[in-house]
Design a protein around this ligand. Sequence first.
Ligand code: PHE
Length: 516
Amino acid sequence: MEKKNEFNSKAGFILAAAGSSIGLGNLWSFPYKASQNGGAAFVFAYIISVIILGSILAIAEIYIGKRSRANPITSYKKISKYLGWVGVVGIFTAFIITCYYIVLGGYTIKYTVNSFSDNSNILESFSGSIWQVILFTAIFIGLSLVVVSLGVKNGIEKSSKILMPALIVILIGVVIYCLTLGEGVKEGLNYYLNPDFKALGFKGILAAMSQAFFSLSVGAGSLITYGSYTGKDIRVGKSVLWIAFFDTLVAFLAGLAIFPSIYHYQAETGIALQNNGIVLLFSSMPIVFSSLGTFGKVISFFFFGMVSIAAITSVISLLEVVAQYLIQRHHLKRKIVCMVIAIISLVISIPIGMSLGFSLNNEPYLLIDGKNLLEIIDLMVNSVFIPANALLASIAIGWLLYKDKKKRFSFKYLSENLEEDGLKLGKFRYIFAFMIKYIIPILVIVIEVIGIIDIVFPLSGSSRSFSLTGLIIELIAFIIIGICMFLFFVFLKDKDTGTNDSEYQTTDEISNDNKL
Ligand code: PHE
């Protein structure tokens, strides 16, 4: 029988999953978090977090999808009938990340196409012009959905095979250029890479851990969905090694481009640039590029083009989570599903984009306690949704998959069963089983609890004070999880939520296949 809608090759899967992982998290938040939290000390903490937390969870999530060959809800149901709601939370997480990620994605497209004019002073005017923001967000989501509407093999896999190598080549080119700018480069490298373990501290370690989750796309459904499209020949453990390697490499290289060039500008002009938050990518970098003459414009084009590629391949993986579920549960056509998702996410992104614009222009609208909606949703995602999904994935694999009462506490029993069921990890299997059963749940709970405390009792100066807004934000996030549970138990528990095979009977491609 003809191969179905699944990844065609190992390389295709690895590149697509790396595409999901490599995104704004690598090119933008990693460098500035590293520079704020002790430079190389943070890089070190990050690599450890990727190895002991991120990669193991990535293996678990990909395997959850792979073993069931279905969307996240069905995948969790196949572990335990009562667990399907975790899939609902996962799909919701993917959707809500999409709604703010596409706003930033729109910015990256605008900055790419505007590179040959001047990007250096457009942040306020662009972000404040609602129509422009909507237009570029729409272009961004449109581009991403064209890929998704073509399916896993013909859309996601094919595009990743072109876009990911292109991204790496461009990034290496940009890094070489930035490292050879001359004056200031050394200071920039020093700022980025000088290990300062005091500045890292406990807070830095936690930041590294949650950055590792977000960056590896753990806890948002994407890995379960991509995992579900992998055939028998794809080894989960080996693939994750590659994905984690590319992801870390790109994050590290991004810092090698950003800080030397910013410090070069500072050395030449004596003007200090902000290297924090959204301003770093969309204001400071354009100022640097614009100071570099015509060649700077070319570099700007490639740089923002590369950031756009990274953002698109991440959003594709988020959209596929939602699309996969809707196609399988409601037997809808892929193209129709994509149109519906495009419209709904665009509508939701409008207030988010407006709020971001207001905050960048110092206007007091659509802000809550001084924070814009993008920041607030990002807080909920990183402090509640992603850790919750990660925790539940580890519990599902570690404790609920095999239920022999006597051997419940044995990680050897778990590892042998996993091996038998096709999760081939070689010698590493005992470590994996031990980590996923005992260590990861504890670590994730610590991250979640401390993340929540940080938001409800934020540090101001050297003491903590209570923030009502913080409390409300966290409560809303937990209420949303409650709603996901409710929806599952009322509407989905006893319904057929579909598998990957349900898609084939509905798409045009499949009806053609059937005719053959
Ligand atoms: N990993 C992506 C990034 O680094 C974001 C992402 C998170 C994508 C979760 C998919 C799922 O930007």
